[in-house]
Design a protein around this ligand. Structure first.
Ligand code: GYE
Length: 332
C-alpha cells in the first residue's frame, strides 16, 4: 500500500502552526522572561530533589508538590537522579532563572560551598530540606528542616541492646548503609554504633552501601549471606533496602524476623506491613511529610523574616505490635 500523502492544504496549515510556535518561543526570549518570577506575583521556588530511590522519597516528592500547590507557590521541580552534579546544575539553572527561593535535599554532605556561594551572591535564599551539608559557613543557607538521623540510628541500636541484653556470646550484625556520603547514611551509622557499644557482644561483621534502594538491598544482602554463615541481625538504613534484603534472606532458606532480626528506618507503608507481619522487628520512623513546613519557611525567608537555623522533624519508633495499631492510619 502506498502511504497517504498529506494534501497541500494540510501542509500549509502545519507550516503556519510551526511558524506560530517558533514566533511564540522567540517572543518569550525577547521579553527577557527567563521563567523565574511568575507574572502572577506568586513566589517561585526552585526545588532540587535527590531522586526517586525509595518509597520515602516518593512520599516526600508528593508532599512537596501538594504543599506548594496548596500554598500558592510556583514550584520548579528537578529530579537529580541521585547525582550531585545534576543537583549543582539544577541549582545553577534556578539562579539563572532568578527564582525567589531555592530548596534542596543534598544527595551527599560535601562539595556544596561553591554553588551555595553563587546563590548567596545572587541574593537567593537557600533552605536545606531533609538532608544536611557539611559546609563550615552557615551563612550559605537560611535553615535546615529535617530529621535527626543520629537519633534514629541510636534508637535502632538501643532497641537491639535491650533485646539482646541476655546474650552470652557474639551477636553478628550486618549493616546495609544508605547512599555513600549522604547525611542519613553517615549519621544513622554513627548513632547505631554508639548505642550498640553498650554491649560488647554486639558486633558489626559487615557493612556496605545498598544505595537506599530495594535492588541494592537485595544484592548486598545476597553477598552478606554468602560470605557469613552466621548472621543474627540486619540493620538497614531504610525500609526499601530491608525489603529487598527479605528476598535474599528467604531465598537463602532463612526466616526473616526470626532467624535474622531486622531493624530498619523510615516506617513507610510497606515497611510497616513487613513489621506488622513479623518479617521486620523494629523501625525507627523518619517522616517524609516535610512539604507544609517547607512552604511556610519559603514564605518567611522570602519576606525576610528570621527563621530558626534548625527545625527538627517529630518522629517515633515502632515495634511489631505498635505497627499493627498504626498501619491503618499510615499516610505514606
Ligand atoms: O531514609 C531514605 C531515602 O534522606 C531521610 O533518603 C532520607 C532518606 C530516607 O532514600 O529512604
Amino acid at each position: 500500500m502506498r502511504a497517504h500523502l498529506p494534501s497541500r492544504k494540510v501542509i500549509a496549515v502545519l507550516t503556519a502552526a510551526l511558524l506560530a510556535s517558533g514566533m511564540a518561543a522567540c517572543g518569550n526570549s525577547d521579553t527577557g522572561d527567563s521563567g523565574g518570577k511568575g507574572d502572577d506575583g506568586k513566589i517561585t521556588l526552585g526545588f532540587s530533589q535527590v531522586g526517586a530511590e525509595s518509597a520515602w522519597r516518593t512520599a516526600n516528592t508528593t508532599s512537596v508538590k501538594e504543599s506548594a500547590a496548596a500554598a500558592g507557590i510556583d514550584l520548579k521541580f528537578d529530579d537529580a537522579q541521585q547525582k550531585q552534579e545534576n543537583q549543582i546544575k539544577a541549582i545553577r539553572n534556578f539562579i539563572q532563572q532568578k527564582v525567589d527561593v531555592i530548596a534542596f535535599s543534598p544527595v551527599v554532605e560535601s562539595g556544596w560551598d561553591t554553588v551555595l556561594k553563587e546563590a548567596k551572591d545572587a541574593k537567593i535564599p537557600v533552605i536545606l530540606t531533609d538532608r544536611a551539608v557539611d559546609s563550615a559557613d552557615k551563612s550559605l543557607y537560611k535553615t535546615f528542616l529535617g530529621s535527626d538521623f543520629v537519633k534514629e540510628g541510636r534508637s535502632a541500636g538501643e532497641w537491639l541492646v535491650e533485646k539482646e541484653k541476655a546474650a552470652t556470646g557474639p551477636v553478628n550484625i550486618v549493616e546495609l548503609q544508605g547512599t555513600t556520603g549522604s547525611a542519613p547514611a553517615n549519621d544513622r551509622k554513627k548513632g547505631f554504633a554508639e548505642a550498640i557499644a553498650a554491649n560488647p557482644n554486639l558486633k558489626i561483621i559487615a557493612s556496605q552501601s545498598g544505595d537506599f534502594t530495594r535492588a541494592g538491598g537485595k544484592q548486598v544482602m545476597e553477598q552478606f549471606l554468602k560470605a557469613n554463615p552466621k548472621i543474627d541481625v540486619l540493620f538497614a538504613h531504610n525500609d526499601d533496602m530491608g525489603l529487598g534484603a527479605l528476598e535474599a534472606i528467604t531465598a537463602a532458606g532463612k526466616v526473616p524476623g526470626k532467624d535474622i532480626t531486622i531493624i530498619t528506618v523510615d516506617a513507610v507503608k510497606d515497611g510497616m506491613q513487613a513489621l506488622a507481619d513479623g518479617r521486620f522487628n523494629f523501625i525507627a520512623e523518619c517522616s517524609p511529610l516535610l512539604g507544609p513546613q517547607l512552604m511556610d519557611l519559603v514564605k518567611k525567608v522570602h519576606n525576610g523574616e528570621e527563621v530558626p537555623a534548625r527545625i527538627e522533624t517529630q518522629e517515633t519508633t515502632f515495634t511489631q505490635e505498635q505497627a499493627k495499631e498504626a498501619l491503618p492510619n499510615r499516610k505514606y
